[in-house]
Design a protein around this ligand. Structure first.
Ligand SMILES: *[C@@H]1O[C@H](CO)[C@@H](O)[C@H](O)[C@H]1NC(C)=O
Ligand SMILES: *[C@@H]1O[C@H](CO)[C@@H](O)[C@H](O)[C@H]1NC(C)=O
Ligand SMILES: *[C@@H]1O[C@H](CO)[C@@H](O)[C@H](O)[C@H]1NC(C)=O
Ligand SMILES: *[C@@H]1O[C@H](CO)[C@@H](O)[C@H](O)[C@H]1NC(C)=O
Length: 358
């Protein structure tokens, strides 16, 4: 990414509110295949959150602000509010656009928004519908985006060449456990995908030019689902629900025929690694992981969480010494290495969609 990093450094210098400074225009490469983007706007949940949930006393919902979160490559680094040992998906999307990490969090823009590259509105725990955790829903995150746009904090010029990422990764489906019938579950999946499609249409209506939407990963292959089998098996039901969700998204977003909306196939990229269909033909990208379902950071109590401590401050979790060999970091989130392996598989298609060729 060396060329891209160079470009991005130049880009961070410009200070304007609503019009592009002249050097941005002149720095824009003229090559027909290089496409320049003025902004990345991120919506969704913990797959994309880079610190929007406020830090407070340690609990399951603030664990991303405590060790061992942020721990990478054998060094204890400061936790950043990311749900990983280091980077998360939105950072990798930003890298495709020539930046080193995801744009500034919405929380950090309040009163101070020096970096005009974009804003990350994603909050861990969020979904289409309200969840017990009270993270702002997708629609509320888009409300915040609209407010910044109306107030001039985000310039209209930024949207002229802009990318949005919509990362909705299944928090809505926590309530499925309480549903009595398959019909009710299918109805609810329809409501969730309707909500995502409505969000995407709204972003397009506000002027975002390219919208990337995650498909749902195989929910049944997350460590919390695989723990009862000692991390040997995925649970078919969760994967089936993800399949219905993804089919719904595909038809509601018209993504296959659109040059504005693109479905990022996280489901395929995760599945290739953690649940390959042919055991005799394991994809190369899967071979770098020795642990595909067992998380690097595991709570002692199956109902506990990574980072949990007891009353005396004693660790109630264990952390592996080789996070680069684990696909999963905690009971639901990939490690940085996991994200790298996922995004590597998807990167070329995303670049093609965005007409980026470096
Ligand atoms: C499921 O139902 C129980 C008992 O009514 C309730 O406490 C819990 O919050 C519900 N879970 C969800 C995700 O709605
Ligand atoms: C889905 O949305 C419809 C319309 O808002 C509502 O009537 C229905 O109860 C919802 N279904 C579920 C399972 O939440
Ligand atoms: C998982 O491992 C534990 C400890 O080795 C063992 O007691 C338990 O029976 C195993 N469970 C399954 C489902 O294999
Ligand atoms: C998809 O196409 C249908 C029918 O043309 C349209 O009603 C709907 O708004 C489109 N959805 C999106 C997300 O653009």
């Amino acid at each position: 990414y060396s060329t891209a990093e160079h470009v991005s450094q130049e880009h961070t210098l410009h200070p304007t509110r609503s019009t592009p400074p002249s050097h941005v225009e002149s720095a824009r490469p003229t090559s027909g295949t290089f496409h320049w983007y003025n902004g990345l706007f991120v919506f969704g949940d913990s797959f994309a959150d880079t610190g929007n949930f406020p830090k407070s006393d340690l609990s399951e919902v603030t664990r991303q602000w405590y060790k061992p979160y942020g721990f990478s490559h054998g060094f204890l680094q400061d936790p950043t509010g990311r749900f990983s040992n280091s980077l998360v998906q939105s950072d990798f999307i930003a890298r495709i656009l020539g930046r080193s990490q995801a744009p500034q969090t919405f929380r950090a823009t309040e009163g101070n928004y020096p970096d005009k590259f974009g804003v990350n509105f994603a909050v861990g725990g969020a979904g289409v519908f309200e969840v017990p955790r009270k993270a702002p829903t997708l629609a509320q995150q888009i409300d915040s985006f609209k407010k910044m746009l109306d107030g001039g904090d985000i310039g209209k010029w930024q949207l002229e060449e802009s990318v949005a990422l919509v990362a909705i990764s299944g928090n809505d489906y926590a309530r499925v456990a309480n549903m009595s019938s398959d019909g009710e579950i299918l109805d609810f999946i329809g409501n969730v995908t309707d909500g995502i499609a409505a969000g995407v249409e709204r972003l397009r209506g506000l002027g975002v030019t390219k919208v990337l939407v995650n498909t749902l990963h195989p929910l049944g292959c997350t460590p919390w689902q695989a723990r009862p089998s000692n991390y040997t098996k995925c649970m078919g039901r969760g994967n089936m629900a993800a399949g219905f969700h993804n089919d719904g998204l595909e038809s509601k977003l018209n993504a296959t025929s659109s040059d504005c909306v693109y479905l990022i196939d996280l489901n395929r990229a995760f599945t290739n690694i953690i649940d390959p269909s042919d055991a005799d033909d394991i994809p190369q990208v899967a071979k770098r992981f020795t642990e595909k379902l067992k998380p690097c950071c595991e709570s002692v109590d199956p109902k506990g969480y990574c980072g949990q401590v007891d009353e005396d401050g004693g660790d109630q979790y264990s952390v592996c010494s080789n996070p680069e060999k684990h696909f999963f970091w905690d009971d639901v989130h990939p490690t940085q290495a996991g994200w790298e392996a996922v995004m590597e598989q998807l990167q070329q298609d995303i670049k093609d969609f965005l007409h980026i060729s470096y």
